[in-house]
Design a binder for this molecule. Structure first.
Ligand code: GLN
Length: 277
């Protein structure tokens, strides 16, 4: 008996039994080197056996837990398509809240200076650079491998107003002062059981966790940022849903004013900000 070749719709139905439907689309589109919209218009097309095999191999890896963005090598963030590698955190939609809050504090008509610390794929730095072409953005990361990904993403998105620097948190800023410093630092407590579950198992531990209460990086950023902010300059930090009051206390203790926490679309505390007097 010869098996009829699988159609696009059959492969998607097979995958949807085991994984999220959007993930199924992304993996099949990647295996076929087509776009997601192509899939919808070609549901009844037969898929070559080699392509179907490649898709099923990706599906097996996804079922074993690997993040889809590592399997496809890309993730959409803001209006950008970003390359992603296992050296970087996969950009999350929640982080777009931080981008919105930063943009609300960045004038369009003045050449402001902005820093994104621990840039990973470059998600925050590149989104801000795209929306504020007159801004000079500095993106830092302690990982050279992550900086390579971020630099490639700047080229891929034709963004020339971002400079990349290696180093830990505020170290690469020298004695420079900025109008706004943003960071989505690691904030999960070491030993948190979530680190051993789901996609987090595959992401860089240094991008995820920071000290016994998860707040080590945020403490460093809160205490170090004032020396690198112009008067009136803003610090914006992403953090965990249960860290809002702790982060507000750290910012207040470091002398920040107008300290406030903003919630993400799921109504969870997500970003705390304040400005230097
Ligand atoms: N800034 C990057 C992002 O938001 C990386 C964050 C991180 O590695 N903790 O995706």
């Amino acid at each position: 008996m010869t098996l009829a070749p699988s159609r696009v719709t059959d492969l998607l139905a097979e995958a949807r039994l085991a994984i999220d439907p959007v993930d199924a689309d992304l993996l099949l589109a990647h295996a076929l080197a087509k776009s997601r919209t192509w899939l919808f218009a070609h549901a009844d097309d037969a898929v070559a056996p080699a392509d179907a095999d490649r898709f099923r191999a990706l599906l097996a890896r996804r079922i074993a837990g690997e993040p889809v963005a590592y399997l496809t090598g890309a993730r959409g963030f803001w209006t950008l398509e970003l390359a992603v590698s296992p050296a970087t955190l996969v950009p999350r939609p929640e982080t777009e809240l931080l981008v919105e809050l930063a943009l609300a504090r960045l004038p369009t008509d003045v050449p402001v200076r902005v820093a994104d610390l621990g840039t990973g794929t470059g998600a925050i730095a590149l989104a801000l650079a795209k929306e504020r072409p007159r801004a000079a953005v500095v993106a830092t990361d302690a990982s050279e491998a992550a900086l390579d990904v971020a630099r490639a993403n700047a080229l891929r998105n034709a963004l020339r107003n971002v400079a990349f620097r290696a180093g830990s948190w505020l170290d690469p800023l020298g004695d420079e002062a900025f109008d706004l410093i943003a960071s989505n630092p690691p904030y999960i407590a070491e030993g948190d059981p979530h680190l051993d579950q789901g996609d987090l198992r595959f992401e860089p531990p240094t991008a995820l966790s920071s000290g016994v209460d998860g707040l080590d990086a945020i403490r460093t950023l809160a205490t170090g940022a004032p020396a690198h902010l112009r008067p009136g300059g803003w610090l914006l930090l992403e953090h965990g849903w249960d860290q809002g009051s702790a982060v507000r206390a750290l910012l207040a203790a470091a002398g920040f004013e107008a300290v406030a926490t903003h919630r993400d679309l799921e109504q969870r505390d997500r970003v705390t900000l304040g400005h230097r007097p």
